[in-house]
Design a protein. Structure first.
Length: 280
């Protein structure tokens, strides 16, 4: 996770990426990410507009979670396949699609080894998903591989400087990431996106945007993320009581430094990078 405001692109060295993936899978399978994910729906809608989706296009949502970008694309009459490596999240996405009468195919898949042929999709999406893959270059390569020439890859990734980037930095103070692991927040930087996709891209458009977290109070946010958001849940579970209190205090201080609400609620804008890549 993010370990500094100015995130460096570390070399992986001898890090065991499979072990990191196993640990991450356990984190994202814990709690119930859908409780948080459903609040982020507007991000998927805005990304689909940025991509200028057209009805009938074949769309793949990678690390889809409970399907925010999936549903947004399906509402635009695209042929959508929604993938994630956590089956329970796919079930939540399936239920949402059924409730809206949307036609979507759901399939368990690893973002680093997508089980689809080359140049299969017109558009490949990921909202706050693929950025958490341990092997970043391999994941980027897979997104490019399954996208058609002239097709688009649309991503939304938290930036290092934004609230969620700083939240992961705070978690990292108590549970440091494996030595040599690349920060997910690198996906929220123009430099890293260009490094991973530039040679295969006809164009890259990246714009900083903000998602506003709106909760009943800072404590409400903390309770939701502590109980339902896998990385935060696992961080608290790994700490003793004293450090749990310290972590909670640090998160509340971070919120206080960025919260614009003055009525006891939480209204906090978190920066992310919206990226549209057109493949050569």
């Amino acid at each position: 996770m993010a370990t500094s405001t100015a995130v460096k692109n570390e070399q992986p060295g001898q890090i065991d990426l499979s072990a990191v993936k196993t640990k991450q899978h356990g984190a994202w399978s814990s709690g119930d990410y859908a409780v948080v994910g459903t609040t982020l729906q507007i991000v998927g809608e805005e990304l689909c507009e940025a991509l200028d989706l057209r009805a009938g296009q074949k769309v793949l949502d990678v690390a889809a979670g409970n399907g925010n970008a999936t549903l947004a694309a399906a509402r635009r009459w695209c042929e959508v396949i929604s993938t994630d490596y956590v089956p329970s999240l796919l079930e939540r996405g399936r239920a949402r699609a059924a409730a809206e009468g949307l036609s979507v195919q759901f399939k368990e898949a690893d973002a680093e080894a997508l089980d689809f042929g080359d140049a299969t999709f017109d558009v490949v999406l990921s909202t706050f998903g693929v950025m958490f893959t341990p092997d970043q270059d391999r994941a980027a390569s897979e997104l490019l591989r399954v996208c058609k020439s002239g097709g688009k890859i649309g991503l939304t990734n938290w930036t290092p400087e934004g609230f969620i980037g700083q939240l992961f930095k705070t978690l990292g103070k108590y549970l440091p990431p494996p030595a040599g692991a690349k920060s997910p927040a690198l996906w929220g930087t123009q430099a890293r996106i260009t490094e991973m996709f530039g040679t295969s891209a006809a164009s890259i458009k990246a714009e900083k945007r903000h998602f506003t977290f709106r909760y009943r109070s800072p404590m409400h946010f903390l309770d939701v993320f502590r109980n339902y958001y896998g990385p935060t849940l696992k961080a608290f579970a790994a700490l003793d009581e004293t450090n749990q209190r310290r972590l909670a205090d640090d998160i509340l201080k971070l919120i206080a430094s960025m919260n614009r609400a003055e009525d006891g609620t939480m209204v906090l804008a978190s920066e992310y990078l919206e990226i549209v890549i057109t493949k050569r």
